[in-house]
Design a protein around this ligand. Structure first.
Ligand SMILES: [Fe+2]
Length: 201
């Protein structure tokens, strides 16, 4: 049976790939503003768009009906991660705007926020895949899963065609090809050790 968790984990494969692309872009000190804009729009419309709508408006609320709290515990941690991610994206957008106006030092801000976002999301997705979804799957029955999967389909249907799953993942794959990120399971541990400190704001 396709479960809501499997649907979300399927999104995660592509969101993770996008975070790897972001790390390579920052590592290589890319100056391609159009690529940065494309990353932001993929985050806002796909990762923090339809994917987080499915989690925040449908999946987490179903967990709440099973007794989970939004104030403390795993759901609260996930919601806090989503908020932190939005701060990194805001930082990227501000950096892109300044870089577009010719301020060359703004690129370092973009890289710092991209590293921060990528690191945050990689940890976040690992927590969801390995801990939160297992707790939810234990709490949900078949009917709950059916309801969520149907509601997810509606959320996906309501998404702008440019950022529906097939289109968004194809945009991510194109960026991944440009930056040489061919696999979603690349080992970035070594790369991370060479990165500047990311900002945790
Ligand atoms: Fe997620």
């Amino acid at each position: 049976m396709t479960t809501a968790s499997i649907n979300l984990m399927n999104d995660h494969v592509h969101i993770l790939r996008l975070t790897y692309v972001m790390q390579v872009m920052a590592q290589q000190k890319s100056k391609d503003v159009e690529h940065f804009k494309s990353v932001v729009s993929l985050i806002r419309n796909f990762a923090d768009g339809v994917h987080h709508i499915k989690e925040e408006k449908l999946y987490f609320p179903m967990m709440v009906t099973k007794g989970f709290s939004t104030e403390q515990g795993p759901v609260a941690v996930m919601l806090n991660d989503h908020e932190q991610g939005r701060m990194y994206v805001k930082g990227m957008v501000e950096g892109i705007s300044l870089a577009s106006k010719g301020l060359s030092t703004a690129f370092d801000d973009i890289y710092r926020h991209m590293f921060g976002y990528a690191e945050l999301l990689q940890g976040h997705i690992s927590k969801e895949n390995n801990i939160l979804f297992k707790m939810a799957d234990d709490a949900f029955d078949d009917k709950d899963q059916e309801i969520l999967v149907a509601e997810f389909a509606q959320a996906e249907e309501a998404t702008d065609s440019e950022f529906k799953f097939a289109s968004a993942t194809s945009k991510i794959a194109k960026l991944a090809a440009i930056y040489g990120v061919e696999q979603e399971s690349m080992d970035f541990a070594q790369m991370a050790s060479q990165q500047p400190m990311s900002c945790h704001g």
